[in-house]
Each structure stands twice: as structure tokens, then as C-alpha cells.
Design a protein around this ligand. Structure first.
Ligand code: 5GP
Length: 187
């Protein structure tokens, strides 16, 4: 994208790499969920681009719902706090859930969301993320489908933002340090 080309320090994952990897992930998911109906739970907001592309490759019966959730507090156990800003509109009881997330960092959000959906009676809960930063992990989380492992760098693009910007980039990038200062505050 031309409008912010000068802000980009490095393209970490290209749109071609993303597209290829999503096809592979979709094949795995289709094989694993044959004869089942999935409820796909996207974690807002960053997952929406990944989820939209993945969904269109999933040749199986599925429904989609979204949840806005984040972890808080310093307690690094899965029993810690989770703040649900927007809950699911569907019940997960007795259903096979696939959580779709943009990036796993500390792992805290997922480590609290998975037990919450199990407590609601989900038949199974699996996780799918585009990006994984294993070096940042504070808690162990089970990642069933992972797009790319990346180093400990702050990334934007393909749904991921800085101050609500850059979600529209078709690739995952690292910004130049000076570009953070020039992003307009949307509030
Ligand atoms: P955690 O795994 O620490 O609970 O949280 C993961 C969330 O932190 C992601 O959904 C995302 O909102 C945010 N996050 C972590 N690393 C990055 C990053 O490099 N870039 C962006 N834009 N968000 C990140």
C-alpha cells in the first residue's frame, strides 16, 4: 500500500506467504472436522481479516461468532481475570469450537478464554492463530493451528493495528520507530 510505504521498516510475512499458509491450515482443519459442524469464534478486533480469508477456504459446515475479550491483572495463571467487552451471541454448549486469534503473545487471553468456553459446555475447543510469538509466553497454551512463528517484534497489518491504524495492510510488517509518533489518535 502506497499511503504508508514510508512507515514500513520490514515486511515480516508477505501476502503470498499468508495466502499459501491459510490454504494449508484450512486443509488440516477440514480433515480434522470432517462430519462435524464448527462454531468459529473470532477474537475481536485483530482476527477479522485472517478469519475472513480462512473461512472462505473452509469447505465444511460452520457458523461464525465474535467475542471481544482481553486478560488483565498480573496473575499469570489461567485462573486469572478475563474481561469480556462483547460476548458471543450463540451458545457453545455441545458444539465444536475453533477460536481464531490474530497473534498469541503472553498467551493470557487464550489461557482464560479456552476454560471459559469449556465451562459453558463446549464439546471441544481448539485454537487457531495466524502469528505466534513463543518467546513472549507467560503461560502454556495449546495452539492447534499456527500460521507463523515470529520473533519478539511488534507487528501490524493483516488485521493487526497500532492505535487502530494499519489493519488494512495486506501483509504483516514491522514499522519504523519514527512512524509511531505520526499516527493520528482516532479518539
Ligand atoms: P496475549 O496473548 O498476550 O494475551 O494477547 C494477544 C493480543 O495482544 C493480540 O490479540 C493482540 O491484540 C495483542 N498483540 C500482541 N502482540 C502484538 C503485536 O505484535 N502487534 C499487535 N498489533 N498486537 C499485538
Amino acid at each position: 500500500m502506497d499511503y504508508c510505504a514510508q512507515d514500513i521498516a520490514e515486511v515480516l510475512v508477505s501476502s503470498e506467504q499468508i495466502s499459501q499458509r491459510i490454504s494449508q491450515l484450512a486443509e488440516q482443519i477440514i480433515a480434522d472436522y470432517r462430519d462435524k459442524e464448527l462454531i468459529i469464534v473470532g477474537i475481536l478486533t485483530g482476527s477479522f481479516v485472517f478469519l475472513a480469508d480462512l473461512l472462505r477456504k473452509l469447505d465444511l459446515p460452520c457458523v461464525v461468532d465474535f467475542i471481544a475479550a482481553d486478560s488483565y491483572g498480573t496473575d499469570t495463571t489461567s485462573a486469572g481475570q478475563i474481561h469480556i467487552e462483547k460476548d458471543l451471541s450463540m451458545a457453545v454448549e455441545g458444539r465444536d469450537v475453533l477460536i481464531v486469534e490474530d497473534i498469541i503473545d503472553t498467551g493470557l487471553t487464550l489461557s482464560r478464554l479456552v476454560p471459559m468456553l469449556r465451562d459453558r459446555g463446549a464439546a471441544s475447543v481448539k485454537t487457531c492463530c495466524l502469528l505466534d510469538k513463543p518467546s513472549r509466553r507467560q503461560v502454556t497454551v495449546q495452539l492447534d493451528y499456527v500460521g507463523f512463528q515470529i520473533p519478539d517484534q511488534f507487528v501490524v497489518g493483516y488485521g493487526l493495528d497500532f492505535a487502530h491504524h494499519y489493519r488494512n495492510l495486506p501483509q504483516v510488517v514491522v514499522l519504523k520507530p519514527e512512524s509511531y509518533a505520526t499516527v493520528p489518535d482516532p479518539q
